[in-house]
Design a protein around this ligand. Structure first.
Ligand SMILES: O=C(O)[C@H](O)[C@@H](O)[C@H](O)[C@H](O)COP(=O)(O)O
Ligand code: SF4
Length: 604
């Protein structure tokens, strides 16, 4: 194996150094929790009776403390196609637990929002903060203190980060994430995009658009674009929090079932009473967090993780920022092109070699830490660099071999790009993220007069009125965490893509987010500081020249902002439950720190 890449070593050392105190505080919390772990034989009989009353056939085993008791935290609902399979999981997981002398109980459920359903709607303003609500719900579930380990059932955008944040605060327990897998591939992504752009131009009917969308999203399982949900799966592999190779095995298959069963058996084997104790807080250390960032860059993952990684890192006492991400991006090559960064989807990616190929290439090239603890049978990342299969119904892991499709997957020695899929752009307008893997290089620099908007709808109306048919930097402000919950503005992709296809130089600049599935149009997103409270975006006026340049890392205006007054705050809206999240908005810290009121007020 090659020596660790010097940039990876340097960034890791810097993160360890700046996290020294917060990581030490976190580890001593875990030690205290391990020492004070409730001995259930000493817990009041009333507490125990309440805990076991609903356990039916497991009641005797629980009463006699026969074996480890595993808490299942599930984000099941029917609204997310990715989470719909989880409805049938609890009874199966209990059976698998009994097979190894353990028990499992559903500790609790968490909310789960489908960003695909709320995209472009007011519900999207609850999306980012739903992550913190999920973390809190995870804490409520595990607070029963009746568990020796945890199984975390969640896939989508805010759910895995939320589950991880919550579970890390119970990091004295071992944990395994249990994915449900991607739905089979539907119509091609280029076909989907074509119908969308035709509809945006008024050249396709709504019925034709719906037919096309249903051709893409058609059955239980995760949507197959490489957005935030599937970026979550990639990160869980790079952090070693899945059974190796679980990420992209489809629901309802024998292999999926075998991996789910292995997850239950593994978490049971890693409890404090076993001989392979692996508390989650020890698995998730600085190196695991660096591996998550490396995986994001090497696979062109979702920009949303520029916000979620700093957040869940803080939950483990680790401090990371966009400078760390940007420096890693300069050294980590782009090894995968999965839609929207390419044409194939995660099923094609998996068939071409998938996560096993990516992890093997990164670790062998010294571009990822191979000594992350993980939850695999062996410690370390070796198993994660292979792929799972069944031999006479027995789970085996095989070498992955070379890429099965070099239009999707390339080796570290011959990457698509020598550097990663995400760049930091900064200047007198603030700091922002730019997803370079999803934008053609001739679009990495756009300098044009800006048009300033306060809502997505105003942009679409201006587009329909033909007001944007020119070189233009579209600025959408007051979309930050404290303004309106930092929604994704993915509905802007089709109209801006139409302008770009008409030959105009177009870019988006916003303190809001984009979907992990957004691509094609150059965008400087998550601008920090946000407009609300006088951030530079609030000083811009129509016609100011704005430059976005991913080559030089620039986000600036030639306008003299020193003489400007901030635009008025459009004010927070009521309805769709947004008022319930007012305290999250008022207390949220900036995107670069994770956009979390919960972590900010917890002093983490
Ligand atoms: O970050 C993400 O990955 C997105 O939020 C994704 O979860 C969302 O559902 C997209 O909107 C789907 O893409 P389409 O809207 O293009 O189908
Ligand atoms: S991947 Fe996105 S659109 Fe698909 S189910 Fe998950 S949240 Fe919804």
């Amino acid at each position: 194996m090659t020596e660790l890449h010097p940039t990876l070593a340097r960034v890791t050392e810097r993160i360890i150094a700046k996290s020294k105190d917060s990581r030490a505080a976190y580890l001593s919390l875990i030690e205290r929790e391990i020492e004070n772990r409730p001995d259930r034989s000493q817990v009041s009989c009333s507490n125990l009776a309440h805990a076991f009353a609903g356990a039916q056939e497991d009641q005797e085993a629980l009463k006699t403390n026969a074996g480890p008791n595993i808490g299942v935290v599930t984000a099941y609902n029917d609204m997310l196609s990715a989470h719909q399979p989880y409805g049938r999981y609890p009874e199966r997981l209990k059976i698998y637990a009994r097979e190894v002398g353990a028990t499992a109980q559903v500790a609790g459920g968490t909310p789960a929002m489908c960003d695909g359903v709320t995209q472009g709607e007011t519900g999207m303003e609850l999306s980012l903060f739903s992550r913190d609500a999920i973390a809190m719900a995870t804490g409520v579930a595990l607070s029963h203190a009746m568990y020796d380990g945890m199984l975390l059932l969640g896939i989508c955008d805010k759910i895995v980060p939320g589950l991880l944040i919550g579970a890390l605060r119970f990091g004295h327990l071992p944990a395994v994430f249990v994915p449900s897998g991607p739905m089979p591939s539907g119509i091609s992504n280029s076909q989907k995009q074509k119908t969308r752009q035709l509809y945006a131009e008024g050249r396709a009917t709504r019925a034709e658009l719906l037919e096309s969308e249903l051709g893409s999203y058609h059955s239980p399982g995760t949507c197959t674009f490489y957005g935030t949900a599937n970026s979550n799966q990639m990160m869980m592999e790079l952090m070693g929090l899945h059974i190796p190779g679980s990420a992209f095995i489809q629901p309802g298959t024998k292999l999926r079932q075998a991996l789910d069963r292995a997850a239950v058996h593994r978490v049971t084997a890693m409890t404090a009473d076993g001989n392979d104790f692996r508390p989650l807080g020890h698995c998730v250390d600085e190196k695991a967090i660096v591996n998550a960032m490396v995986g994001l860059l090497a696979t062109g993952g979702s920009t949303n993780h520029a916000i979620h990684i700093p957040a869940f890192a803080r939950a483990a006492g680790v401090q990371v920022d966009w400078t760390d991400l940007s420096e890693l991006s300069s050294a980590v090559p782009l090894l995968a092109r999965v839609y929207p960064n390419g044409s194939g989807d995660v099923n094609h990616f998996h068939d071409a070699g998938g996560m096993g190929f990516v992890i093997r290439e990164l670790v062998d090239a010294g571009l990822a830490h191979g000594d992350v603890m993980g939850v695999g049978q062996e410690r370390g990342m070796a198993e994660y660099g292979r792929e799972p299969g069944l031999e006479e119904d027995r789970l085996v892991w095989r070498d992955v071999g070379p890429s099965g499709d070099d239009t999707m997957l390339k080796p570290a020695g011959d990457p698509f790009q020598p550097d990663g899929g995400m760049r930091l752009v900064e200047g007198n307008l603030g700091r922002a993220c730019f997803k370079s893997s999803a934008v053609k290089k001739d679009r990495w620099t756009v300098e044009a007069p800006c048009r300033v908007f306060h809502t997505q709808k105003a942009v679409v109306d201006a587009f329909k009125a033909g007001e944007l048919d020119r070189d233009v930097v579209v600025v959408v402000r007051f979309q930050g965490p404290r303004a309106n919950g930092m929604p994704e503005l993915h509905s802007l992709t089709p109209p801006l893509a139409v302008l770009q296809d008409r030959g105009y130089r177009v870019a988006l600049v916003t303190d809001g987010r984009m979907s992990g599935a957004s691509g094609k149009v150059p965008a400087a997103i998550h601008v920090s500081p946000e407009a609300l409270g006088g951030g530079p975006l609030s000083l811009l006026q129509d016609g100011d020249i704005v430059k976005v340049c991913a080559e030089t890392g620039e986000l600036s205006t030639t306008a003299d902002l020193s003489t400007r007054q901030p635009a008025d705050d459009p004010g927070a809206e009521m309805g769709t439950g947004r008022e319930l999240f007012a305290m999250f908005r008022q207390l949220a810290d900036e995107a670069e720190k994770g956009g979390s009121a919960m972590l900010a007020t917890a002093g983490l």
